[in-house]
Design a binder for this molecule. Structure first.
Ligand code: SF4
Length: 363
């Protein structure tokens, strides 16, 4: 398949792994931000090709994994107490809240529907004018334009019974939080290429400079990832900390200016509570006051917002690169894809799900 096969070429992969081995002279810890990259690394065994001096740790770039348990509770509350039609991507249904998950809420009579686009939810609202329809808008910078477009479409068509429950998160503030943590061990980043197709690369320069950490904009296939690691190792070995775009076939320096404009029209930057990481200032998107009519949190009084006791899930330490999934005592025993205790075991981009799916060994 064009644009896929050439980036899985075994000869290129081996050549890049050899180049990394020739370049490295001391231990380095590199974090791939995106859960899609984590799955590619584990699926293709790329970490097994690297010299032992390179440690890859897995970042918070799985939107399902970082959606707070309180927001899951709020979604459950909207479905069961406010009796809205709650629309969500399928990944979210089995993510544990503080109480029940959305699948259980559906079994208890909640009208919870899996959709494939926020526009499906707008269409549902149009078809059911007597019902309130809420779309659970989860995601990073990549999904924000489509959700903003849904609000603008609803406004243009006069659909008044549609709103968003937003859990939008932003990558750069999370990178700063990880690098600034007292127990940080990350020395360089593979940044998520698809986020940069929207946002461009300008935000990363100050992060690389302030924290002296190289940031390589990286794609998702084996050749992409190993090339990103090679560029990162070269910088680390030479004492440089710069931003490099290794995904230029998709990412322009300025990103997608039109998409960014739509996002800025509907959303405003706000503090966000990341599951496992806590509240990170200015790390999320909320619906602008001008569009309050499309903001589920403003339309419906929230009865399920109090934080409750944390579970035994160590996803926060995993997403900061301090631990790996097999370090969790519940991994593969009390926590499995069939009976998940934490979101990273549920999501198709979760690190725990990747290890469980592709790694029989627990080391
Ligand atoms: S194995 Fe389960 S409980 Fe442990 S960190 Fe992963 S999701 Fe959380």
């Amino acid at each position: 398949m064009k644009y896929v096969d050439e980036y899985r070429d075994a000869g290129l992969v081996r050549g890049l792994a050899d180049a990394i081995a020739r370049t490295v002279t001391q231990p380095w810890t590199i974090m791939e931000i995106c859960g899609g990259q984590t799955h590619a690394i584990v699926k293709f065994g790329l970490d097994d090709l690297l010299p032992p001096a390179i440690t890859l740790v897995h970042g918070p770039g799985c939107p399902v994994c970082v959606t707070s348990a309180d927001l899951i509770d709020t979604a459950v509350d909207l479905a069961l107490q406010h009796r809205v039609i709650l629309c969500s991507f399928g990944d979210m249904l089995r993510v544990p809240g503080n109480g029940i998950d959305l699948l259980t809420a559906k079994a208890r009579g909640g009208d919870i529907r899996i959709v494939y686009s926020p526009l499906d939810a707008v269409a549902l609202a149009r078809e059911h004018p007597g019902r309130e329809v809420v779309f659970f808008a989860v995601g990073f910078e990549t999904t924000a334009p489509a959700n903003a477009m849904a609000v603008l479409r609803a406004e243009r068509e006069g659909v008044r019974n549609f709103s968003l429950l937003t859990s939008h998160v932003l990558v750069p503030p999370a990178m700063r939080a990880i690098l600034g943590a007292p127990d940080n061990r990350v020395q360089g980043f593979l940044a998520a290429g698809h986020v940069c197709t929207i946002m461009g690369v300008q935000e990363y320069g100050p992060i690389a400079r302030d924290h002296h950490a190289p940031i390589i904009i990286t794609g998702f296939e084996p050749v992409d990832i190993l090339e990103g690691i090679l560029l990162c190792v070269k910088q680390l070995e030479s004492g440089r900390a710069e931003v490099e775009n290794a995904y230029s076939r998709a990412v322009r320096t300025e990103g997608n200016v039109h998409a960014r404009g739509i996002v800025e029209r509907v959303f405003v930057v706000a503090d966000r509570d990341w599951r496992g990481l806590g509240v990170i200032p200015a790390s999320g998107l909320a619906v602008r006051p001008e569009y309050a009519a499309y903001d589920a949190l403003r339309r419906f009084p929230c009865a399920a917002c109090a934080a409750r006791a944390a579970s035994e899930c160590i996803s926060g330490e995993i997403m900061r690169g301090v631990k790996k999934p097999h370090h969790c005592p519940a991994f593969g025993t009390r926590c499995t894809p069939e009976h998940p205790l934490g979101a990273p075991m549920v999501s198709s981009e979760g690190a725990c799900a990747a290890y469980h799916r592709y790694r029989a060994r627990a080391a």
